[in-house]
Design a protein around this ligand. Structure first.
Ligand SMILES: *[C@@H]1O[C@H](CO)[C@@H](O)[C@H](O)[C@H]1NC(C)=O
Ligand SMILES: *[C@@H]1O[C@H](CO)[C@@H](O)[C@H](O)[C@H]1NC(C)=O
Ligand SMILES: *[C@@H]1O[C@H](CO)[C@@H](O)[C@H](O)[C@H]1NC(C)=O
Length: 298
């Protein structure tokens, strides 16, 4: 009796695992080279997320000044605009849009997480993000703060946790991700957030390309194990960069590592940084990645 119940549960789990459509995500819009959505190849058999890069809580002045959670669009919104998002959504029902908060730098200075207080930051962020999400018809957000000079990890966790909780409760967004990388000045913030508010985070866009360049899938898998212990129970999305940064390239065994993870039931999808960088090579790896993901369905 007990055993047959377990077998049934296992069968249901396997069925769900097979049914889950693989996810492809890509950052776009940070580098001012006029990349457009319609240039990027989209395979109809994967779930596809464009992640607009970035929205920032900084002024547009020189030097830029922090605005305590009052976000504005800083991606290339001349090309990546409201009408293009609407057009892509009509043409490709498998595509959703997110915006990423913060990023590394603006006008060559760091984008710092710099709240005046938890409650005022959350209130300002919720208000400004809601406005942008509605204007652009976005579906989710990604958290990519990389500099925390002015604050502590608990404040970060409470601000982001409070924001995600409000946005999800009010159904402003349907998914959220975080984009940590393995650095002592970054991970403690995301781990504090994960440990308290992990239930609000759908995907961990782990920046594997922030590791030094590697030539073996074995080392990549070792890093993956470390991070899956950190973000326990999280859907870790594996990644590479097309900007010549570090990590494991598709030419050096990235897809082999994906296959191993898939066989182990630990594979949830691929993301790329970034469409802007991929433009000059004609989005070769975007196509390869989605072809790879689509074969997992067969
Ligand atoms: C992007 O497009 C604008 C307007 O057409 C142009 O002025 C600019 O030089 C372009 N930038 C790049 C990097 O192609
Ligand atoms: C929106 O972006 C497209 C390119 O992606 C461009 O051709 C078009 O002119 C833009 N529309 C507006 C209103 O800026
Ligand atoms: C903190 O930020 C200030 C102002 O941007 C900068 O001068 C300082 O070097 C930063 N400190 C660290 C540890 O990054």
């Amino acid at each position: 009796m007990h055993q047959s119940f377990l077998v049934l549960l296992l069968l249901i789990q396997t069925f769900i695992a097979i049914q889950a459509t693989p996810l492809f995500r890509e950052y776009i819009g940070a580098e001012g080279n006029n990349v457009t959505f319609s240039e990027v190849p989209i395979n109809p058999n994967v779930d596809f997320h464009f992640i607009l890069s970035f929205a920032i809580d900084y002024t547009d002045s020189r030097p830029p000044r922090p605005t305590n959670g009052d976000f504005r669009v800083a991606w290339d919104d001349i090309n990546l605009n409201v009408s293009q998002i609407s057009l892509i959504k009509k043409r490709h029902p498998n595509v959703k849009f997110a915006m990423s908060l913060a990023g590394d730098t603006i006008y060559k200075s760091f984008v710092q997480f710099d709240p005046l207080s938890i409650s005022s930051w959350v209130q300002n962020a919720e208000y400004s993000i809601t406005r942008i999400v509605k204007e652009y018809d976005l579906d989710g957000i990604d958290i990519d703060y990389e500099h925390f000079n002015y604050t502590d990890s608990n404040t970060f966790a409470e601000c982001i946790g409070g924001l995600l909780s409000n946005l999800k409760q009010k159904r402003i967004i349907s998914f959220a991700s975080i984009a940590p990388y393995d650095d002592v000045s970054v991970q403690p913030f995301y781990l504090a957030l994960w440990n308290k508010y992990g239930h609000l985070i759908d995907y961990v866009n782990f920046q594997f390309y922030a590791y030094p360049k590697m030539k073996s899938s074995a080392l990549f898998l070792q890093y993956f194990e470390t991070q899956s212990l950190n973000y326990k129970g999280g859907k870790i999305i594996v990644s590479f960069g097309t900007d010549g940064s570090g990590g494991l390239s598709p030419d050096d065994g990235f897809f082999d590592a994906c296959k191993v993870l898939n066989d182990q039931g630990k594979f949830y999808g691929i993301f790329i940084w970034s469409a802007d960088d991929s433009k000059k090579a004609g989005f070769l790896y975007e196509k390869k990645s989605q072809d790879f993901l689509a074969t997992l369905l067969k």
